[in-house]
Design a protein. Structure first.
Length: 204
């Protein structure tokens, strides 16, 4: 898209020890992040017999590459994916997730949470510090990332008001707090929509 990008990680994603629940307890596997597939380890093999519900194309692709049977995907969030299921279908779901996650359980379903990885927060790197002191467009994908970024900028006395926020959802935007030059929310919770919004801001 012709955008100049500065990448500096806020997290170190790493696997954690987990005990796989019995496969027979579930109707389907629910995946909301490709990290769950990448860091689940050899225990993931136990669930190859289960149909997979995946949030986002990246998650679905990772699941297929791991040999899982993806039967449904959604460009929206987990809530939209589960709500789109036919009544009575896949009522008992196993969600492989991160240690820090958004917990949403629709009333018609039972979702068992099983953390298989963690995203360990890192201090704001020097590249990011230099960029944010100058003012840039910041892409935020999660409420936790938004809170950590805001906290790090306050700790380092970096002015929010010279930076624009583009958030994946309204929850992410709310978590970033106030004081930014502008806050925009992507029309859909996808990377394409996020980058489209960022591109518009960069051309203003």
């Amino acid at each position: 898209m012709g955008l100049s990008v500065i990448a500096d990680p806020l997290f170190m994603v790493e696997p954690i020890d987990w005990t796989p629940p019995p496969v027979a307890q579930f109707d389907a596997l629910l995946l909301t992040s490709a990290n769950a597939v990448k860091h689940a380890g050899p225990h993931l093999e136990k669930y190859k017999s289960l149909p997979v519900l995946a949030v986002g194309d990246i998650t679905a692709t990772a699941a297929r590459q791991a040999g899982l049977n993806v039967v449904k995907t959604s460009d929206g969030g987990m809530k939209e994916l589960v709500a789109s299921l036919p009544a009575g279908q896949y009522q008992k779901l196993l969600r492989l997730t991160g240690r820090d996650h958004v917990d949403i359980t629709p009333p018609a379903h039972i979702i068992a949470l099983c953390p298989v990885y963690q995203a360990r927060a890192l201090p704001l790197g020097e590249k990011a510090q230099r960029a944010l002191r100058q003012g840039h467009v910041i892409l935020l994908h999660s409420p936790r990332a938004a809170k950590i970024l805001a906290g790090e900028m306050d700790r380092l006395d970096i002015d929010r008001s010279v930076n624009d926020i583009v958030a994946l959802s309204h929850n992410v935007a709310d978590a970033a707090g106030s004081g930014w030059e502008s806050v925009a929310v992507a029309e859909r919770p996808t990377d394409d929509a996020l980058l489209s919004m960022a591109s518009t801001l960069c051309q203003i």
